[in-house]
Structure formats: C-alpha cells, structure tokens
Design a protein around this ligand. Structure first.
Ligand code: NAD
Ligand code: UDX
Length: 456
C-alpha cells in the first residue's frame, strides 16, 4: 500500500500533475519539492507561479490538506513510497551533442539525491521527457547505492498541453506506463497504474515495456509537430497559388484517416517541448547510426524556422521593403493562447528579426509580459512593453498578431484603424481575425497561406 507520493520538480508539469493526483486521491499525501525556493514560495502563495486555466481551483482546494509544496527534499525522499521525477531536460548547450541531445544533468542530480536520502525501497517514476534507454542509466545510478536498497524505474511520460493542462490531466486521452518485463517491474507498473485508476478508465491506461514508453513520448511530440510543419509548408505554396490553406486543411482533414487536429497553419510551433524533443530524436537517430532518419525529422524543425522568417519576409515586402523606424505592434508573445509561457515562442524570433530591420517594436500580451521582458532583456531599450494593447497599437504602421488570444478578437478595430499610421497593415500569424471585416474597415490584411486583402 502506498501512502506518500513525492514529485521532484515543481514546474509546468510536476505541479499541475500532482495537484490533480492529490485532488483525485484523497488517501495519498502528495508533496512537490524543488530546489528553487522562490518557485516553492509562489506555489504556497495566493499567486501561483504559472498561469493555467482551472489550476488555481485545484491547488487551492487541496493545498494544506493532502497537497504540499516544500524545499525539504531530504525529508520528502525519506517519506516517499513513489517518487515522480519531473525536472527539466533542456537541449544541451555544451559538449557532445550540443544543440540536440538532452541535458540530463538535472535528472542525474535528482537520482543522486534519492540515493543520498532514501532509507527504504522505492518506485521511481520518470515523468520528465527523456531519451529512449535513459531508465537504464537511472536504474544503474540508483541501484549502485551502498545501503542495499532496491529501486524500480517506471516510465510515465506526460502528454498534457499547456493552456489545457488541467483538463488534459483530468481527462487524458491515455496514460502511458512502461516498466521492466520482470515480476518486480510489473508490480511497479501496477502500483503506478493504481494511482491513475482513481479517475482514468482502465482502457485508457496503456502499459508497455520501458523503452517503448520513453520513445513514445518523443514520437508523439514529433508527429504532432510534423503535422504543423507539413501544413505550414503548404501555406507557402498556397500563397503562390491563391489556394487558401485553411480551406485545404479543412477539406483534407475531413478524411478520417488524416483528421482535422494540428493542421492549423501558423507562424510556427513554439513551446518548451516540440523543438527540444525532435532535436533529441534527431540526435538519437544519429547516435544509433541512422542519418537518413535523423535528417527526415530535422526537416520538421527547419520548416518551422523557415515559417517565422517567411512571415517577417512577407511583412517587409508588403511594407515597401523597409520597416526601419516604423512602429510594429506585436500582439501576443506567448507560444500559444491561455498560457504565459514564452519558451521557444516564435514571437521571440519574429521580434528579433523586426528589431534587426530597425523597426520600433511594441509588445502586448495578456499574460506573458514578464516573460517577454525576460526573453528580450538584452534589447529591452529598443522595445516598448505595453500593458494595454491600444498603447502598443497607437501610431503603429502594422500589427503582427502572433498569439491567438481571444481578447484580440474583441478589440475595437474601428478605433484601432483610426489610431494607426496609414496605410495600416495587419499580419495575422494565426489566421485568427475576421479578415473581410478588417479589410472593409480599411486595413491591408495579410494572413498565412491565403491571398492578401489589400487596397492597392
Ligand atoms: P520546468 O523547468 O517548468 O520545471 C522543472 C523544475 O525542476 C524546476 O522548477 C527546477 O528548479 C526543478 N529542478 C531541477 N533540478 C532539480 C533538482 N535536482 N532537485 C529538485 N528540483 C529540481 O519544466 P517543465 O516544463 O515542468 O518540464 C519538466 C519535464 O516534463 C521536461 O522533461 C519536459 O520535457 C517534460 N514535459 C513538459 C511539458 C510542458 O508542457 N511543459 C509537457 C510534457 C512533458
Ligand atoms: C505539446 C504537446 O501537444 C503535448 O502533448 C506535450 O505534452 C507537450 O508539448 P504544448 O507545447 O503545451 O504541448 O502545446 P500545443 O498545443 O501542442 O502547441 C504547440 C505549438 O504548436 C504552439 O505554438 C501552437 O500554437 C502550435 N500549433 C499547434 C500550431 O501552430 N498549429 C496547430 O494546428 C497546433
């Protein structure tokens, strides 16, 4: 019988996941620990460190009852029956595999803390996204302890998306649990499955061997990102041929074998996972001597970079080949709506390209202003950060809509038009606004993968 669940890593994944486990399993004590004191203090405060719809409710109704946030890692490890590891696994920036391989130093440090403080056997669950076969290394580190302790490693990757994390955790498409094909391995998988069975229907809990589980996480993200890059590549062709990419995606997606999801053309995918996980896959393919497979997946990232630079290229050519000294209102900086997260947001690359063209960039985002300032700290004197969208828009030559926040559809576009320099341009990087309405108001409207609506 397990009583204590601990999660090491109080980030975007660890904290929401544990909040939902605590919510659904009142008999377990769930403790989330982190080395970052500020982050833990924020999880214990009235203003949580991340914005995620519905998360405040789940945290506030369980915190202090069976959900705890702490920096006391030694005590948490000692008490734990099951330890989830949810630390960051960013792309390596140094040494072998720099720019591609996953940086596993935080994972290994966590494993070493577990052997330092544990005084009983435990199940250790990989919640972080990891290269396939990492569990072997984790198991070797953990089971090299000199205390005679035994650790079972289970892989349980997380598939939630930001902005919908709480709903995804409460009603997951599937929960994947991988373990060793030994009696102890199967028992450990069963224990972890038992946690999820509190609220996830049995047929949605998939069990596999360890390596399939680790690899499935990378493959799922790669396949999703590939769809976005595929439709974005087609958006470029649409712009040359007057086909409309949204019509193409809709009509193609009606085929149930293709499906409609993740075919929304955009300025490109962002977020902390897609690029990192594909590059990791590319690295692994190279490592295992599969260069053709590596270059196949690498193209998904190359297409994504191309899409952002193509967007800025289109802005430049529409605006008479110069944006120097022109004010550009960047609406949206988060990598998608309903999150304040800006990691790998295409808005960073787009803003930097506009600054390189000497544009005056004014940024507004409903939830991501703190992160935007942080991302552009080195060029902050050249950027205007605006709490009010109309302040960003006032006197602008163009609007670049980069995140599909609902509030942007609700702007008073008549007023927006009056406030802008003429000719007024809107570059809709999400095909999110009502282009016909904007055109009728007098804007020159450029979407992704569709014919521009211009007055000249
Ligand atoms: P994050 O950076 O938000 O959080 C990671 C936390 O781990 C940080 O607070 C950090 O201080 C803490 N940490 C690092 N080393 C530690 C140590 N030795 N001891 C204690 N705490 C330590 O990262 P995240 O977005 O939550 O991602 C975590 C993992 O989950 C990654 O592997 C990521 O790829 C994966 N993932 C992320 C998402 C997502 O949407 N963000 C979705 C699925 C999977
Ligand atoms: C992704 C995966 O969806 C999730 O399963 C995994 O656990 C973590 O990585 P996330 O990055 O939070 O989640 O958001 P997601 O909704 O996948 O969007 C990623 C990026 O792709 C965003 O920038 C989004 O705007 C973009 N996107 C998505 C498109 O441009 N078009 C689409 O059709 C879908």
């Amino acid at each position: 019988m397990i009583k204590n669940i601990v999660c090491i890593g109080a980030g975007y994944v660890g904290s929401p996941t544990m909040a939902v486990i605590a919510d659904k399993c009142s008999e377990f004590k769930v403790t989330v620990v982190d080395i970052n004191e500020q982050r833990i203090a924020a999880w214990n405060s009235d203003k949580l460190p991340i914005y995620e719809p519905g998360l405040d409710d789940v945290v506030f109704r369980n915190r202090g009852k069976n959900l705890f946030y702490s920096t006391n890692i030694p005590d948490a490890i000692r008490e734990a029956d099951v330890i989830f590891i949810s630390v960051n696994t960013p792309t390596k920036t140094f040494g072998t595999g720099a720019g591609r391989a996953a940086d596993l130093q935080y994972l290994e440090k966590t494993a070493r803390s577990i052997i330092e403080y544990a005084d009983s056997d435990k199940i250790v669950v990989e919640k972080s996204t990891l290269p396939v076969r990492t569990a072997q290394a984790v198991s070797r580190v953990l089971n090299s302890n000199t205390k005679g302790l035994h650790f079972q490693i289970v892989s349980n990757p997380e598939f939630m998306a930001e902005g919908t994390a709480v709903n995804d955790l409460q009603k997951p498409d599937r929960v994947l649990i991988g373990g060793l094909e030994t009696p102890e391995g199967r028992n450990a998988v069963e224990t972890v499955a038992g946690i999820y069975r509190h609220w996830v229907p049995g047929e949605r809990i998939i069990t596999t061997n360890l390596w399939s589980s680790e690899l499935t996480k990378l493959v799922s993200n790669a396949l999703l990102a590939q769809r976005v890059s595929s439709i974005n590549s087609i958006s470029a062709l649409c712009e040359k041929t007057e086909a409309n990419v949204d019509e193409v995606a809709r009509a193609a997606g009606f085929d149930s074998r293709i499906g409609s999801k993740f075919l929304k053309a955009s300025i490109g995918f962002g977020g902390s996972c897609f690029k990192k996980d594909i590059l990791n896959l590319v690295y692994l393919c190279g490592y295992y001597g599969l260069p053709e497979v590596a270059s196949y997946w690498e193209q998904v990232v190359a297409m994504n970079d191309y899409q952002a630079s193509r967007f800025v290229g289109n802005m430049l050519s529409a605006m008479f080949n110069t944006v120097a000294d022109k004010k550009i209102a960047v609406l949206g900086f988060a990598f998608k709506a309903d999150t304040g997260d800006t990691r790998e947001s295409p808005a960073i690359a787009v803003s930097r390209m506009l600054l390189a063209e000497r544009a005056r960039v004014a940024i507004h985002d409903p939830k991501a202003m703190v992160n935007a300032r942080h991302d552009l700290a080195d060029v902050e004197n050249d950027v205007l950060f605006c709490e009010d969208p109309y302040e960003a828009i006032k006197g602008a030559h163009a609007i670049a809509l980069l995140t599909d926040w609902k509030s942007f559809r609700e702007l008073d576009f008549k007023r927006v038009f009056e406030m802008m320099e003429k000719p007024a341009f809107i570059f809709d990087g999400r095909n999110y606004l009502d282009h016909d309405m904007l055109y009728k108001l007098g804007f020159n409207v450029y979407g992704i993968g569709r014919k521009p609506l211009t007055h000249f």
